[in-house]
Design a protein around this ligand. Structure first.
Ligand SMILES: C[S@@+](CC[C@H](N)C(=O)[O-])C[C@H]1O[C@@H](n2cnc3c(N)ncnc32)[C@H](O)[C@@H]1O
Ligand code: SF4
Length: 308
């Protein structure tokens, strides 16, 4: 029997209406899947054993048929579908998502303390959109918060505030570096360095305490405890594909950040190519210097059993 990892990140588009300095994900024009192809991918993922799909991008809400996909997944499959967005969408899109039955939404809150206007605006919009979705009864709401040198001391307070409103926090240190990467930034402002280790250690302890006290944090204890070391050194290595990474063109990536090989669709994996995919994945992983991007590995595993 074919068994895919339980979660799939779906980079539904690389188009974006944001311009965050930390992110290199935006791409020019690209041939995205059609709605019909996306539906087939969802069915294939389900057949392979995937339980939940997280649609992100680029900016997923730029895909006009996103609400129809939510509705399809809810009505025609046993999958769950969540969205991670920069919240730059209008009321009509928000209403369409609610009507489609969206039940899990994560807003990028990122680094509200930054000088970068685009990122400050993201945090402002996140408040607005989360309040709207909460009023409309979505079951699971969360924020993605990026840990950078200038916000490390305010994160515990953000977690407490969000948690008190029933909102989950997913934390990620900024991943950075030079080279042919898809996500990581070269921006010096965001880099966690040796001088930040004591603050990160302190933050780790505080987050573990908060988690024990019931705060809504998606990250595993292992991830949180590694912030002061691995979060700075970015030398964490995955040992198996813990999530599938489906790209906008319907091909499964070995890694979302390294622009590794992309040779198979979920359908190919179902029909005998899984071993070859794992071989390619191992080859790609062996060339990686390491990372610590929690969104790729932790988020959604920490959520209530409802989501798994
Ligand atoms: C790439 S975006 C895609 C979805 C959507 N456009 C958004 O901004 O939420 C997903 C998340 O990746 C995070 N991200 C982007 N670049 C990053 C980096 N260099 N290090 C860590 N997280 C990063 C963003 O903060 C965002 O929360
Ligand atoms: S983090 Fe999201 S909104 Fe910002 S540039 Fe990247 S894809 Fe666009």
């Amino acid at each position: 029997m074919t068994v895919f990892p339980p979660i799939c990140q779906y980079f539904i588009t690389r188009r974006c209406n944001g311009g965050c300095a930390i992110c290199a994900l935006r791409k020019g024009t690209c041939q995205e899947q059609t709605f019909k192809e996306a539906k087939q991918s969802m069915l294939d993922l389900e057949k392979g054993g995937v339980k939940g799909v997280k649609a992100l991008g680029g900016e997923p809400t730029l895909v006009r048929w996103l609400p129809v996909l939510v509705s399809f997944v809810n009505n025609e499959t046993g999958l769950r579908l969540a969205i991670l967005s920069n919240c730059h969408f209008n009321k009509e899109m928000a209403e369409r998502l609610v009507t489609a039955g969206l039940d899990t939404f994560f807003a990028s809150y990122d680094i509200p303390e930054t000088k970068d206007h685009g990122m400050r605006e993201k945090a402002r919009k996140a408040h607005e959109v989360l309040a709207f979705f909460r009023a409309r009864g979505l079951k699971i709401l969360g924020v993605n918060v990026v840990i950078a040198p200038h916000n490390v001391t305010s994160i515990a307070a953000i977690v407490e505030k969000m948690s008190s409103k029933g909102i989950w926090t997913n934390l990620s240190s900024i991943i950075h570096g030079k080279g042919n990467f898809v996500i990581r930034t070269e921006m010096a402002e965001g880099m966690l360095a040796d001088k930040d280790r004591p603050h990160l250690e302190h933050l780790s302890q505080k987050l573990i305490e908060l988690k024990k006290a019931g705060a809504l944090i998606t990250n595993s204890d292992e991830y949180i405890l590694g912030l002061g070391t691995t979060g700075v050194d970015l030398d964490w290595h995955c040992t198996k594909p813990t999530m599938l990474q489906l790209d906008y063109d319907g091909q499964v990536m070995t890694c979302p950040d390294r622009e590794g090989q992309k040779s198979f669709s979920p359908c190919d994996l179902l029909h005998g190519e899984l071993d070859e995919f794992e071989r390619q994945w191992k080859e790609d992983a062996s060339k990686c210097s390491g990372c610590y991007w929690s969104a790729a590995f932790d988020a959604f595993f920490g959520l209530p059993a409802y989501w798994r």
